[in-house]
Design a binder for this molecule. Structure first.
Ligand code: B12
Length: 232
């Protein structure tokens, strides 16, 4: 039964059927499925398959766009169920965005959902954002964490630029920076820092596969799928 719903969700993403993805997500929630499992075992494998089809030349850019739309539509249905009604005392504010030159936003949005679900106040500045916009958002929101997503080997370099911009703005000691995205696997971006007093403690060696417990008190061990690393 679970395998069937996961498979259908994956298929809806693969063929880019937003309406089906939304309906399936709604039905699955009504049937009591864990929203995190629906993401990890349904939507994400579907999107991974889309990536493979693109890499092998069977899919083209428009296929990626409609698949991305289907995943976003289903995520919008699942997000409220993930976040729930719990509002624990906030561990802090996080500025989250995808770096300049990079339009990939789904992974970043998913990370935002997980942080929100864990009580953080998330300021999502969107995709294709220059370092200066991250810096402004950190200042305006007195953020103690920054999350920068990059999905391409080329744009990954912007994560380093962001850290440099934070240093230049004199904010580097105020914030911890998390970098993530598929190409970010085993590199360290920027110098290792110790957290200033009062900074929320985050895992520095993540191995998040958004796998965490699905219980209401989700633990903050959401290091996204072997594809992210925090710069502390
Ligand atoms: C969907 C998609 C698109 C969509 C994005 C739609 C959208 N609204 O976001 C669109 C159509 C825009 C697109 C465009 C392009 N894409 Co594209 N895209 C993909 C695809 C298929 C899926 C990405 C995705 O959403 N995955 C699902 C999410 C949930 O996973 P994720 O992003 O990896 O996020 C997880 C982790 O990485 C992590 N994470 C992510 N961000 C962060 C941030 C922090 C702080 C942390 C802690 C963790 C974290 O947590 C998430 C949950 O586990 C990937 C292939 C793939 N399998 O990754 C290619 C892929 C990323 N794209 C690629 C390419 C080449 C392009 C284009 C250049 C194609 C072209 N010829 O124009 C353009 C670039 C446009 C641009 N300037 O950005 C390549 C990149 C190759 C490389 N290594 O550089 C890939 C890998 C495809 C491939 N196999 O070649 N793409």
């Amino acid at each position: 039964m679970s395998e069937e719903i996961f498979g259908k969700l994956a298929q809806a993403v693969i063929v880019g059927e937003s309406e089906d993805a939304v309906k399936l997500a709604e039905q699955a929630l009504q049937q009591g499925f864990d929203p995190l499992a629906l993401i990890n075992q349904g939507l994400t494998p579907g999107m991974n398959r889309v990536g493979e089809l693109f890499a092998s030349g069977e899919y083209f850019l428009p296929d990626l766009i409609i698949a991305g739309d289907a995943m976003k539509a289903a995520l919008a249905v699942l997000e409220p169920a993930l976040v729930g009604n719990e509002r624990p005392e906030s561990p802090g504010s996080v500025v989250l965005g995808t770096v300049e030159g990079d339009l990939h936003e789904i992974g970043k949005t998913l990370v935002g959902v997980m942080l929100t679900a864990n009580g953080f106040r998330v300021i999502d500045i969107g995709a294709d954002k220059p370092a200066a916009e991250f810096v402004t958002a950190v200042k305006e929101n007195e953020a103690t964490l920054v999350g920068a997503s990059a999905l391409m080997t080329t744009t990954m370099l912007q994560q380093q630029k962001l850290i440099e911009a934070l240093e230049k703005a004199g904010l580097r000691d105020q914030v911890k920076v998390m970098v993530g995205g598929a190409p970010v696997r085993s590199v360290r971006v920027g110098p290792r820092r110790s957290a200033p007093t009062g900074t929320p403690r985050m895992p520095c060696r993540p191995s998040i596969s958004l796998s965490g417990s699905s219980t209401p008190r989700r633990r903050l061990r959401w290091a996204p799928a072997a594809s992210s690393l925090t710069a502390c």
